[in-house]
Design a binder for this molecule. Structure first.
Ligand SMILES: CC(C)(COP(=O)(O)OP(=O)(O)OC[C@H]1O[C@@H](n2cnc3c(N)ncnc32)[C@H](O)[C@@H]1OP(=O)(O)O)[C@@H](O)C(=O)NCCC(=O)NCCS
Length: 452
């Protein structure tokens, strides 16, 4: 087998949905056949072979366990350079958004493709306010859920059920453009209410209705922490921190949950069900559940006397199967830019308040020890977004089992943007990977009486 790269004139070769991005072709020689593979080049210079005709022309498929080398789509939403530690939403560096934007504005940017002007921003805020409440029947559904249910289970179930309230007639999978627009705002707003209600349910407190005068993040804190008859004093610093955390979570291109949303959506499944699937994928400890794992790890180290070196030794012991939570990333082979922003925010927040959190101090020491250790250096393992985010969530009063839910609220605009982009791609195509079968060859059925 041989691969040659050849230059071509203009976009002489076309690629499936990569028209205009094809600048050269590669020639694959395989079993005496020549196959021309268009080379797609993205706006930031990323290159891919379009292997769309590979199987039909050669009977070969590619094998890429964990999809580390596979591009499943063309996307104009988010750019990551994992080697340089760059993350941009619609071209804008995430550091600038974290510093200057709000979560709602960033959500608009991701979903609509551009920052809103004043009129568009006001209209979007109005829609979020209008959709904040849940139908009264939700109360009965919440009543039937055991208090010990993890809030991610509650969130995913409730999001699926939303389709029944908002697409009461007809086929929920057939959503037109205006419904998609409406459901995007509705989901952003209601997910926040569901999240706060799931917390209230778990601690046996009454639900607190959303307040029309409060902005997105302030309203969430109000629904989480107000009590009937008591006004919740909105803390501007807490609102700022929450905006920052949600912005940093808002999108991360084709990660596990976003790919899940796209894959489920590729079957023309409705937005609610796709988001619910994304929430389930995010729940895992190697993905959005990592922030909960980090907090539990820091508490374990703290409870055991604070010996970070001992914990690092356990991680390095190949028999222990313990990973350093909040470290490592499939894409980043340097510092995750989000971790840098959150670490700086932690520093600022705690020094401004004059408080000390022993878990933050353990996290600092753990990072320091790991970054000097060859085990982590050689594997390019650096702190990721989840390493410090839990410490900030904790400082806002958010309980540990709600951390993945916070991640889900933050990631929602990204999921919606990707679902929308995928559904707008023409022609639509069902996502369906192949496999290399390694099971038994044809075997005859043996009736149970003859089985040994
Ligand atoms: C995120 C993660 C799943 C990415 O994994 P990946 O890109 O598939 O990397 P691999 O699983 O192939 O790991 C490569 C090597 O690094 C090791 N490694 C990866 N993350 C590690 C961690 N957090 N602690 C210790 N070792 C780790 C693996 O054991 C493997 O070692 P080996 O080569 O000796 O077998 C992984 O880094 C991880 O589990 N991190 C902790 C969970 C986490 O923080 N997730 C949130 C991500 S935002």
């Amino acid at each position: 087998m041989e691969v040659l790269r050849l230059s071509i004139q203009n976009s002489e070769l076309k690629s499936k949905k990569g028209e205009g991005l094809v600048k050269e072709k590669a020639l694959l020689k395989i079993d005496g056949k020549n196959l021309e593979l268009p080379v797609i080049v993205g706006t930031e210079g990323e290159k891919a072979f379009d292997i769309g005709d590979l199987r039909s022309q050669t009977s070969f498929i590619t094998y890429d366990y964990g999809y580390a080398n596979t591009g499943s789509c063309l996307s104009a939403i988010t750019f990551i350079d994992g080697e340089k530690g760059i993350l941009r939403y619609r071209g804008i560096p995430v550091e600038q958004l974290a510093e200057q934007s709000t979560f709602v504005e960033t959500a608009y940017l991701l979903i609509s493709g551009k920052l809103p002007n004043k009129k568009e921003a006001d209209q979007f805020s109005k829609e979020l306010t209008e959709h904040a409440s849940l139908h009264q029947d939700f109360k009965h559904i919440f009543d039937g859920i055991p208090s010990a249910t993890h809030p991610m289970a509650v969130l995913s179930a409730m999001v699926t059920i939303l389709s029944g309230f908002h697409v009461p007639s007809g086929d929920p999978n057939k959503q037109n453009e205006s419904e998609v627009r409406k459901f995007s705002a509705l989901l952003l707003s209601k997910v926040r209410t569901i999240a706060a209600y799931s917390y209230k349910k778990s601690i046996g407190q009454p639900f607190i209705y959303p307040h029309r005068a409060l902005n997105y993040c302030a309203n969430f804190l109000h629904m989480m922490f107000s009590l009937p008859g008591e006004e919740y004093p909105v803390d501007d610093e807490a609102v700022r921190i929450l905006n920052l955390l949600l912005i940093l979570h808002a999108d991360h291109e084709q990660n596990c949950s976003t790919s899940t949303v796209r894959l489920v959506g590729s079957a023309q499944t409705n937005l609610f069900a796709c988001i619910a699937a994304g929430i389930c994928a995010l729940w895992g400890p190697w993905h959005g559940g990592a922030n909960q794992e980090v907090m539990e790890m820091l508490e374990e180290i703290h409870g055991g006397g604070g010996d970070v070196k001992q914990y690092v030794a356990k991680v390095k012991d190949s028999n222990s199967k313990v990973r350093l939570a909040g470290f490592g990333h499939r894409v980043y082979k340097t510092f995750d830019p989000r971790a840098k922003v959150i670490k700086a925010a932690c520093d600022r927040y705690f020094s401004k308040r004059g408080v000390e959190d022993p878990l933050l101090e353990i996290a600092f020491r753990l990072e320091e020890v790991a970054l000097r250790d060859d085990f982590f250096i050689s594997r390019k393992l650096y702190p990721n977004v989840d390493f410090y985010s839990g410490i900030l969530y904790k400082s806002l009063g958010i309980p540990t089992n709600m951390f993945p839910v916070m991640f889900a609220i933050g990631r929602l605009p990204g999921w919606i943007a990707h679902w929308k982009e995928m559904r707008e791609t023409k022609p639509p195509r069902l996502g369906r990977p192949r496999q290399i079968y390694t099971g038994p060859l044809k075997t005859d059925y043996i009736p149970v009486v003859k089985r040994s």
